[in-house]
Write a protein that binds this ligand. Structure first.
Ligand code: NAP
Length: 485
């Protein structure tokens, strides 16, 4: 740090109006594995966001006039550029977010696939012809782009969750302003580089960063912005809902989760243990669909728990850049404290720590937590009611299917639910009864480009991915035509 309190690190630029702008008032980015600043990104104030919205509005008519195929061709080229720069992007992603490098590479691959899906979907914004009830009329339903979009992304999947907004917005014919999380703006800069590389018309895609409240307020209050698409906490989602009221601004919201895992007595035990590990520990437990609480049939409870503990103890913790690491650091010190508080609370409530439970001390600087398994955790414990966002697995036994379904649904969230069973009839009963936008049976990595993703209850409004992902950026118009017989 120099005498003015500035860090001597590279400061990346924002991408506004088709140009890289001189960086001002940077946000500094910390590597959560070391706790050290390693880069920065310039920011804009509210008037800069207003200018970007005006530029986007100017770019809109020409962008929407292109055919879906032409817009799709841009997206295919962005996908190719992202794939080309993939190794560098994955490394940066690991440095700013902490996740193991193999998972960052997976996130880049998923983002490329999402882009290619929406590149093709751009040609399929179908309307329909509706038979007339009255003679001398014809009815057509047509789709048109919603307009300028503000996209707000979180830090936990900073590339994929930005792409899931930007790609369908562009495919639908909407210019978009992307605001990344302040903890992870660098992958968004690299996405902007890929977009710049393909020569998208100026103003069609722009990158803004800075004070979240200020940027959010401009997107909410400026009538040019027709829609906000947001992934993040339920609390900020609520703030956006309140702020959207005066202009009745359209919102898509992907919010928090509290996914249950139900392991039935007829499950394949190895599959259930491995699936639970994946559903819990991917992204170091910092996923909105992370398994938050695990309910196991009492018949197999002891066997399941001992295997889960044995496998959890094998997980390699460390910097995401080191070979073979499966558990990286948490995003910051607050996230670590939050997890430690939940562990302490579970202990006080009557749960038992079977492994982990403490800060991982082999690193003095990073924000690491030992992967933790807690047994016999009562439903009153905070980790059974609140999002944990850390590598902590609380387990509890159950006796009856109805009882465990009721426990699974006893939450305000409804993003994902997992179950392990080999009973087909039970699978259908679970599909009907579980209150979640994604239900995974004998599966722990459900998200895929061609299927909708989103939440019930307080987990959000709307869906990303699938055909629904494009719909989110289209308006529906009814064209009613009087015709002479
Ligand atoms: P967050 O605090 O809500 O932040 C998310 C984004 O919103 C960031 O870009 C943040 O900017 C911005 N933001 C914060 N306050 C704002 C405001 N008043 N107006 C406009 N934007 C604002 O959430 P997070 O801690 O980054 O992410 C974790 C949460 O996201 C968890 O609850 C997780 O479950 C949820 N999530 C949901 C999904 C899903 O698909 N449903 C996926 C991933 C994560 P700054 O970073 O600058 O504060």
């Amino acid at each position: 740090m120099d005498e003015q309190g500035q860090h001597s690190v590279e400061i990346r630029s924002l991408y506004l109006g088709g140009q890289w702008v001189e960086p001002r008032d940077p946000i500094y980015v910390i590597d959560p594995a070391t706790g050290k600043v390693f880069a920065g990104v310039g920011t804009v104030r509210r008037e800069g966001v207003a200018r970007a919205l005006a530029d986007a509005q100017e770019a809109w008519p020409a962008w929407r006039r292109l055919t879906g195929k032409q817009r799709g061709e841009y997206l295919f080229r962005i996908a190719d550029a992202l794939a080309h720069y993939g190794p560098a992007i994955a490394r940066t992603l690991t440095m700013e977010n902490g996740k193991p490098l193999a998972q960052s590479e997976g996130e880049v691959a998923m983002s490329v696939d999402n882009l290619r899906w929406f590149a093709a979907e751009a040609q399929r914004a179908y309307g329909r012809i509706v038979p007339n009830q009255v003679p001398g009329k014809r009815h057509v339903v047509v789709r048109s782009p919603v307009g300028v979009v503000g996209a707000i992304a979180p830090w936990n999947f900073p590339l994929a969750l930005a792409v899931r907004k930007v790609a369908p917005a562009l495919a639908a014919g909407c210019p978009v302003l992307l605001k990344p999380a302040s903890a992870t703006p660098l992958t968004a800069v690299m996405l902007a580089e890929a977009i710049d590389h393909v020569g998208l018309p100026p103003g069609v895609f722009q990158l803004v960063a800075g004070r979240a409240k200020e940027i959010g307020a401009e997107l909410l209050e400026n009538p040019i912005c027709r829609k906000i698409t947001f992934t993040g906490s339920t609390e900020v989602g609520r703030q956006l809902i309140r702020g959207a009221g005066p202009q009745v601004k359209k919102l898509s919201l992907e919010l928090g989760g509290h996914a249950p895992v139900l392991v039935f007595g007829d499950a394949d035990l190895d599959q259930a243990v491995e699936g639970t590990l994946m559903a819990k520990f991917r992204n170091t437990g910092q996923s909105c669909i992370a398994a938050n609480r695990v309910y196991v049939d009492r018949l197999i409870y002891d066997k399941f728990v001992s295997r889960l503990v044995a496998r959890t103890e094998e997980l390699k913790v460390g910097s995401g850049l080191d070979d073979g690491v499966e558990i990286g650091p948490l995003i910051d010190e607050d996230a670590l404290s939050h997890a430690l508080e939940q562990i302490e609370d579970a202990k006080q409530a009557g749960g038992t720590i079977l492994c982990g439970g403490c800060r991982w001390v082999e690193s003095k600087e990073g924000f690491f937590l030992e992967p933790t398994v807690l047994a016999d955790v009562p439903p009153t414990a905070r980790c059974m009611r609140e999002e944990t966002f850390a590598p902590v697995v609380p387990v509890a036994p159950f006796e009856e299917e109805d009882e465990v379904i009721a426990a699974a649904n006893a939450t305000d969230y409804g993003l994902a639910a997992y179950a392990f069973t080999r009973d087909l009839s039970r699978t259908w009963r679970l599909a009907d009864a579980l209150e979640a936008g994604t239900i995974c049976i004998n599966d722990s990595v459900p998200a895929t480009s061609q299927c909708p993703f989103g939440g019930l209850k307080q987990s959000g409004w709307g869906r990303e991915l699938g055909t629904e992902g494009l719909d989110a950026f289209l308006e529906t118009k009814h064209l009613s035509i009087g015709v002479e017989a």
